[in-house]
Design a protein around this ligand. Structure first.
Ligand SMILES: N[C@@H](CCC(=O)N[C@@H](CS)C(=O)NCC(=O)O)C(=O)O
Length: 228
């Protein structure tokens, strides 16, 4: 039986610049779960609670629900969807759920790896190659949005869903890097659906979160989060 939308004994271990943590915060927001405790981690001095709760990877995010830890951002989001009432993140049908999971995996495997290459490769050539891969992945996602959502603004249809949270966690990073490089990765001319989605996923949830996250990412751009 799904719990109510209030966070009953819910704690999130995070770090402000982490795209993986932002995903979970987006999911909590969509589910209408606001009464959770947030604990900021210092990666140079991780808390005992983090080390104990995620002994395998020792990474954020970790969600602790009634004393029990759940690790890995996509696993946490799916757990929230199953354990809590509120708007569903994953679609109802098994096939549609499989499609959503496929695109979430594409974001983590293809887009995220390309973003890493574009931002933190050793040579400018490798970075430029990475930027091309990011643009290609974004174009693919724009096409997917058309196929999956049929012209609606979100992968979840008229409201943000699972894929929107997984992708949304990375969008603030994309925006920040765009500002630094003076480019527009998600071009409204060539990727109209994704540009609309980009504009809505974060701001439809909590505009103050979007602004502060983006600005902080810019200020901290020389010191990226370590996301494996
Ligand atoms: N696949 C993991 C990645 C988590 C991850 O990479 N977390 C980073 C922050 S974005 C972290 O905790 N880094 C700390 C470290 O590497 O020591 C997920 O999606 O939850």
């Amino acid at each position: 039986m799904a719990a109510g939308a209030g966070g009953d004994d819910l704690k999130l271990l995070g770090m402000w610049a982490s795209p993986a943590v932002l995903r979970v915060r987006l999911a909590l927001s969509i589910k209408g779960i606001s009464s959770y405790e947030y604990q900021e981690e210092d990666f140079d001095n991780k808390s005992e609670l983090l080390l104990r709760s995620n002994p395998v990877h020792k990474m954020v995010p970790v969600l602790i629900h009634a004393g029990k830890p759940v690790c890995e951002s996509t696993v946490i989001i799916q757990y929230l969807d199953e354990a809590f009432a509120g708007d569903a993140l994953l679609p109802a049908g098994p096939y549609e759920r499989a499609v959503a999971r496929f695109w979430a995996a594409f974001v983590d495997d293809t887009l995220l790896k390309a973003m890493y290459q574009a931002s933190w490769s050793k040579t400018e050539e490798e970075k430029a190659e990475g930027r091309k891969k990011v643009a290609a992945a974004m174009k693919t996602l724009d096409g997917a949005l058309s196929d999956v959502a049929g012209g609606k603004p979100f992968f979840g249809g008229n409201a943000p869903g699972y894929v929107d949270t997984v992708l949304g966690g990375l969008l603030a990073w994309v925006r920040s890097v765009d500002v630094i490089n003076g480019v527009k990765t998600i071009d409204p001319e060539t990727m109209p659906l994704l540009a609309a989605n980009d504009g809505q996923v974060l701001s439809s949830l909590d505009p103050s979160m979007e602004d502060s996250f983006t600005m902080d990412m810019i200020n901290d751009s020389q010191d990226p989060p370590n996301m494996r």
